[in-house]
Design a protein around this ligand. Structure first.
Ligand SMILES: [Zn+2]
Length: 328
């Protein structure tokens, strides 16, 4: 794997490669972008390109087969340090240990590359400790901080790093990658890509979670169910997971089920469904519905998911949604 093999992100990669070619690599970068989008992956390819022993690297990319490239691939290169949260956050001891190591010259690499993930999730006091290193960067060292959200990175740290932004990947690109790179079936790949917010890592995470979601049950007992009594609404809301993240996943799956139901209702020929395995159930259901009612249901579900994402009280939001649904 090298820059040329990375999925998407041509803009940040071009910026980094140009810095290598023009010998303008600076000491501190801050990679910004959603969780699972590929920041760490690109940072490792950058470390490889910076330390590659082959002349090909003059083009700003790693050869992917020299000793240095192989060592970095196997996390065995002594000058490429990857620091990840110990538990929920980066701990102060981890940063102190890093600073000790940075006091020495690189062992064998051209440049020492230190990748510090979760720069927006650091224990208190760390930003100040780290700041000293960023203010007086050790020789032959490149520090790459990774963060999902710049709002949670201290301005003093932000101002000492060059920001490199990673935008969400186009959904079809994620979908293709899931099919070709991970061997997923088209239906599953489309579903995961549509829930991934353009982040391949998140798509894989959701794949695990979604396997636990009973889709047919959701379709029959919730999304496609016409008559909703108060008792039913109460017991349904109670049955949902209390954790916001898990609940949002159910709502997202609900949206894709409803989307498919709308497709079945509107298209005469075989529609391209995300849940194509549920087509027979959807066909019998769609006959009972008017298109306008389904579209209204979708809009309410969408608004409810947005409200829950924005920290609305989940039980109240869900009850309000179900009552609006019951009104037709
Ligand atoms: Zn190489």
């Amino acid at each position: 794997m090298a820059f040329k093999d990375v999925l998407g992100h041509s803009k940040p990669i071009t910026l980094l490669q140009r810095a290598i070619k023009n010998e303008k690599v600076i000491n501190s970068y801050l990679f910004l972008g959603n969780e699972g989008i590929g920041k760490k992956h690109v940072a490792l390819q950058f470390a490889k390109a910076l330390n590659c022993l082959e002349t090909e690297a003059e083009g700003g990319d790693a050869c992917d087969h020299c000793t240095s490239c192989k060592k970095i691939d196997h996390a065995l290169h002594p000058d490429v340090l990857l620091i990840e949260p110990d538990g929920q956050t980066i701990k102060v001891d981890q940063v102190r240990q890093l600073q000790k190591e940075l006091a020495y010259q690189p062992y064998e690499g051209k440049l020492r590359v230190c990748i510090l993930t979760a720069a927006d999730r650091m224990a208190p006091h760390i930003p100040n400790t780290l700041l000293k290193t960023l203010e007086e960067p050790p020789l032959h060292t490149v520090i790459i901080l990774l963060a999902n959200n710049s709002k949670f990175v201290l301005p003093t740290i932000l101002s000492r790093c060059q920001p490199v932004r990673f935008n969400p990947l186009p959904i079809p690109l994620v979908s293709n990658w899931l099919m070709q790179g991970k061997g997923l079936h088209e239906t599953e790949a489309h579903l995961l890509a549509s829930l991934s917010e353009g982040s391949p890592g998140k798509a894989l995470e959701i794949q695990e979670e979604i396997r636990q979601v009973p889709r047919e049950e959701l379709l029959k007992d919730w999304v496609g169910l016409k008559s909703l009594s108060f008792e039913r609404i109460g017991s349904w809301v109670e049955s949902l997971p209390s954790q916001r993240e898990n609940l949002l996943l159910i709502l997202e799956v609900g949206k894709t089920l409803l989307r498919d139901l709308i497709m079945v209702k509107t298209l005469e020929k075989e529609p391209k469904l995300i849940h194509s395995d549920l087509l027979p159930v959807m066909e019998s259901m769609a006959a009972n519905w008017s298109l306008s009612s389904l579209l209204k249901r979708m809009e309410i579900l969408h608004q409810t998911a947005l409200a829950i994402k924005a920290n609305a009280n989940t039980s109240l939001a869900l009850e309000a949604m179900m009552l609006s649904w019951a009104e037709g």
